[in-house]
Design a protein around this ligand. Structure first.
Ligand SMILES: [Zn+2]
Length: 412
């Protein structure tokens, strides 16, 4: 069993913590799980319900086939949707057995929440949501009042010190932007990743659930929370590799009486969003898509040709996300507008290889299909080399290919 004790709030050194003692019997782990924010927003933490903790620990409980004992209260709406829908969806998607959630109390609270929030990463999805939900034609009750920035695994999980450094570095960029558009920024951090250490998930498999648990810790604040879509909702299907496909099913069913979780931009792919926002001055000044730090902190192999350590521009221009964004900008004729934010010569030296990846993986992931479809639609010239090298990705012999390239490089 995973046992979640009653949450409580604690203030230490100017920070407010929402805490609960959690025991994971399978892994003999007994530790305090916490969410922490600044004093200004700590008053919106809710210790009346254990919703954030139950949601956050759902995937570990499912993988280890442990029921969740809640020694406190859970919101009625969340309890109903978790037990009827979410556990069913996740157990089918990951091929786990269903589990039970056993709360001490089921409650219907009214926190009079008032804010409309969204995550601010300065990426394409995030910008698309921010632009749409601050526009004059956005209905009032959907207009953004707050931005958030969460530290719950998006910067990596393996090297804690480096992860915190990456989070703080990125926070400087986010704060600059938030000040420019005059929206308050709330940062929330959590040690939730500690409870995933004994499990075989990568962050990509868990980000929707983890981020929503962060939002549910602040139910007294958020009336609505817009979580930017990764894929258009038309791509919806059960997936254990990338639960982003299931956002349209997960978000509504993780909502509570107080906080409505909404998928932002469900009608657009990332390439379509990039096309919509690429002329915006704020995007051209602040766009930050780079996952270099995540790659370094999680010791990911980006290939022998990518030197991600020596980066001069805001975006490394060598990681997958940088290359994907730049390829889209090139296809739609907007590359030069992003000369300040990206290292364009580096992009030009890598784009044929990246296009090979796009072609090789287009039938395996919507991320690549999206870029490929845009290239075909815009008659983008694809080189013979890209088509030839795409076989390396198509047949999954990337590591062998990397080894051959490295050997060739070392001999030359
Ligand atoms: Zn990058």
């Amino acid at each position: 069993m995973i046992i979640i004790n009653k949450p409580f709030i604690e203030t230490r050194y100017g920070k407010v913590y929402l805490k609960a003692m959690v025991t994971d019997e399978c892994n003999r782990l007994s530790e305090t799980c916490y969410f922490v924010t600044e004093e200004d927003y700590g008053k919106y933490f809710c210790d009346e319900v254990s919703d954030a903790f139950v949601t956050g620990l759902l995937l570990p409980a499912l993988q280890s086939n442990q029921d969740i004992i809640v020694k406190g209260a859970i919101s009625e709406k969340l309890y109903f949707n978790l037990t009827i829908t979410i556990v069913f969806i996740l157990s089918k998607a990951f091929n786990y057995k269903p589990i039970k959630i056993i709360p001490e109390k089921i409650v219907r609270m009214n926190f009079n929440s008032f804010a409309v929030g969204t995550g601010c990463s300065l990426g394409i999805d995030s910008f698309s949501t921010i632009i749409k939900h601050t526009a004059d034609d956005c209905p009032d009750s959907y207009k953004l009042s707050h931005l958030t920035y969460f530290n719950v695994g998006a910067h990596g999980e393996k090297e804690t010190e480096m992860v915190n450094k990456s989070f703080q570095n990125d926070l400087i960029k986010i704060k600059e932007f938030a000040e420019e558009i005059k929206l308050p920024l709330i940062t929330v951090e959590s040690n939730l990743p500690v409870f995933f250490r004994s499990y075989s998930f990568n962050f990509n498999q868990t980000h929707v659930i983890r981020n929503m648990s962060m939002v549910l810790s602040l139910q007294k604040l958020f009336r609505k929370y817009i979580y930017s879509s990764g894929y258009p909702v038309s791509e919806i299907h059960l997936s254990s590799v990338d639960p982003t496909y299931m956002e349209g099913l997960l978000q509504p069913n993780l909502s509570t009486e107080n906080t409505e979780l909404i998928v932002g931009g469900p009608n657009l792919s990332r390439a379509e969003k990039a096309n919509e926002i690429c002329d915006n001055n704020l995007v051209q000044k602040h766009l930050y898509v780079c996952v270099k730090d995540l790659a370094i902190n999680n010791k990911m192999n980006l290939g022998p040709w990518v030197k991600i350590q020596d980066v001069e521009k805001r975006n490394c221009s060598g990681c997958d996300k940088c290359l994907r964004t730049l390829l889209v900008f090139e296809i739609i004729g907007k590359l030069d507008e992003y000369n300040e934010l990206f290292d364009l010569p580096k992009y030009h030296s890598l784009k044929k290889l990246f296009m090979a990846k796009v072609i090789g993986l287009k039938n395996k992931s919507f991320v690549f299909k999206d870029v490929y479809s845009l290239a075909i639609k815009n008659n983008y010239k694809i080189s013979f080399l890209s088509r030839l090298l795409s076989l390396v990705y198509k047949f999954g012999i990337v590591n062998l290919f990397y080894k051959i390239v490295l050997k060739f490089k070392n001999n030359s």
